[in-house]
Design a protein around this ligand. Structure first.
Ligand code: ADP
Length: 182
C-alpha cells in the first residue's frame, strides 16, 4: 500500500474530497494547503490577513509562505500523508523535493484527476465557495493551466503519475483510486 501520495488536477476536480476520503480510510495525514490557509483567514491571524485578498482573487499565495506550512506539517510526520493543492508550480516541486529528502519519505504515487472543462466549471459554480465566482474561476483556471499543468509531465517522467478520469461520480472515482493504491 502506498503511503506518500499527492493529488494533482485543476480546481474543482475533487482533489480535496478524494484526499479526505482516502486519508480517513487509512488514517493518513491530509495536508491541504488551501484548507490550512482558509483556516488562517477564519482565525484572523497575521498570515490570514496577508493571504486573504490574494486567495479571494484566485491568485497563488507566495511560495515561501506555503512552504512554511508544508514544512511545519511534514516535519515530524510518522504516518502516511496525502498532499492536496501542493505543489502548484515547479518552484514548489523543488522545495517539496528538498523537504522529502530531509525526512527521507519519497513520494510514491501522484494521482492526476483528469476532468473536462465543462464538468469542472459546473462543479465550481455549484460548490459556491467565496473564491468560486465566475471571474475568480477564470483566473484560477488560467493559473492552473500556466503554472500547475506542467507538473503533470514532470511526475509522468518520473513514472509516478496515475491518471484518474474525474468526470465520473464521487464513488466511482474513489473506488478507482483505491484499486490503484495497492
Ligand atoms: P482549489 O484547488 O479548488 O483552487 P484550494 O483549496 O486547493 O482550492 O486552493 C484555494 C486557494 O488557496 C488557491 O486559489 C490559492 O490562492 C491558495 N493556495 C492553496 N494552495 C496553494 C499553493 N500550493 N501555493 C499557492 N497558493 C495556494
Amino acid at each position: 500500500m502506498k503511503k506518500h501520495l499527492l493529488f494533482l488536477g485543476p480546481p474543482g476536480a475533487g482533489k480535496g474530497t478524494q484526499a479526505a476520503l482516502l486519508s480517513e480510510a487509512n488514517s493518513y495525514l491530509h495536508l491541504s494547503t488551501g484548507e490550512l490557509l482558509r483556516k488562517e483567514i477564519e482565525l484572523h491571524t497575521d498570515l490570514g490577513r496577508t493571504v486573504k485578498d490574494i486567495m479571494n482573487k484566485g491568485e497563488l499565495v507566495n511560495d515561501e509562505l506555503v512552504l512554511e506550512i508544508v514544512k511545519k506539517n511534514l516535519d515530524k510526520v510518522n504516518k502516511g500523508w496525502i498532499l492536496d493543492g501542493y505543489p502548484r508550480n515547479l518552484s514548489q516541486v523543488n522545495s517539496l523535493n528538498d523537504v522529502l529528502l530531509k525526512i527521507n519519505q519519497p513520494l510514491e504515487i501522484v494521482f492526476y484527476l483528469d476532468i473536462s472543462d465543462e464538468v469542472l466549471v459546473k462543479r465550481l459554480i455549484m460548490r459556491g465557495r467565496k473564491d468560486d465566482n465566475e471571474e475568480t474561476i477564470k483566473t484560477r483556471l488560467k493559473i492552473y493551466k500556466d503554472t500547475t499543468e506542467p507538473l503533470i509531465e514532470y511526475y509522468s517522467n518520473l513514472s509516478l503519475l496515475v491518471n484518474i478520469n474525474a468526470d465520473r461520480d464521487l464513488k466511482t472515482i474513489s473506488a478507482d483510486i483505491k484499486s490503484k493504491m495497492a
